[in-house]
Write a protein that binds this ligand. Structure first.
Ligand code: CTP
Ligand code: MG
Length: 231
């Protein structure tokens, strides 16, 4: 059944989904690889559409797959699909340019974080609504972290209590993200990094184990098990 988005919602979600998935091994672009019989992008969009604040979803698809992705998502939710770029940042910029007037909060969410719960979407959006300029979901770092130098020799042990692993969706006041993209320099791997460069304060909210990024074959297998065990 096609989900309805909320016409009175204040959130637009940009979904960069144009990556190749090189680390997943040979095959289709990552967003179109199957997880429990459905493309990762379908899992991701279904969960975004279930978040009550979401007014608009814009997907940046691989350029050669725009029509296929439009057809794939039509039965899931009303989604705008644009062609992504060579770098993630270019894909986000293309999606941002397609957001209609209305939403005052913009979230950026990796298609590769296909099992992210709607509750995390809402908590990031709520923190922006409460007045934060930029909000990221984070988890504590559980492993001991070493800095290493040439020859894989340990240089030192990093104090992990001050470290966080960063997830998506990352949330922004719309004007803040637009301004950061207007002056964007070298591509970064996350959007908060762009606004940090503008001197904007970025705040953290608790992330979710389910928002893991499916990057390597192990992650895909783990996601299959999570779906079977808990969903
Ligand atoms: N992404 C994108 N456009 C790009 C590169 C990445 O929209 N040019 C998206 C991916 O589709 C993914 C998210 O950014 O949803 C996070 O990127 P990553 O996990 O690195 O995915 P890929 O780039 O596809 O994977 P890899 O780096 O292994 O090729
Ligand atoms: Mg990548």
């Amino acid at each position: 059944m096609t989900a309805q988005l909320n016409p009175r919602g204040d959130v637009a979600v940009l979904v960069p989904a144009a990556g190749a998935g090189v680390r997943l091994g040979p095959g289709r672009p990552k967003a179109l690889r199957l997880l429990a019989g459905e493309p990762l992008l379908v899992h991701a969009v279904r969960r975004l559409a279930a978040a009550p604040s979401v007014h608009t979803i814009v997907v940046a698809a691989p350029a050669a797959e725009v029509t296929a992705v439009r057809e794939l998502l039509a039965p899931i939710a009303p989604v705008i699909v644009v062609a992504g770029g060579a770098e993630r940042q270019a894909s986000v910029a293309a999606a941002l340019a397609a957001v209609p007037d209305g939403p005052t909060i913009v979230l950026v969410h990796d298609a590769a974080r296909a099992l992210t719960p709607p509750e995390l979407v809402e908590s990031v959006a709520a923190a922006v609504r409460d007045g934060r300029d930029a909000v990221i979901p984070v988890l504590p770092v559980v492993d001991t972290i070493k800095e290493v130098g040439a020859g894989e020799v340990v240089l030192g042990t990093v104090d992990r209590s001050a470290l966080r692993a960063v997830q998506t969706p990352q949330g922004f006041r719309r004007a803040v993200l637009s301004a950061a993209h207007a002056v964007a320099g070298d591509p970064l791997t996350d959007d908060a990094g762009l606004v940090e460069k503008q001197g904007v304060t970025v705040s953290c909210v608790p992330g979710s184990e389910y928002a893991l990024k499916i990057t390597r074959p192990f992650d895909l297998a783990l996601a299959e098990h999570l779906l079977a065990a808990f969903d």
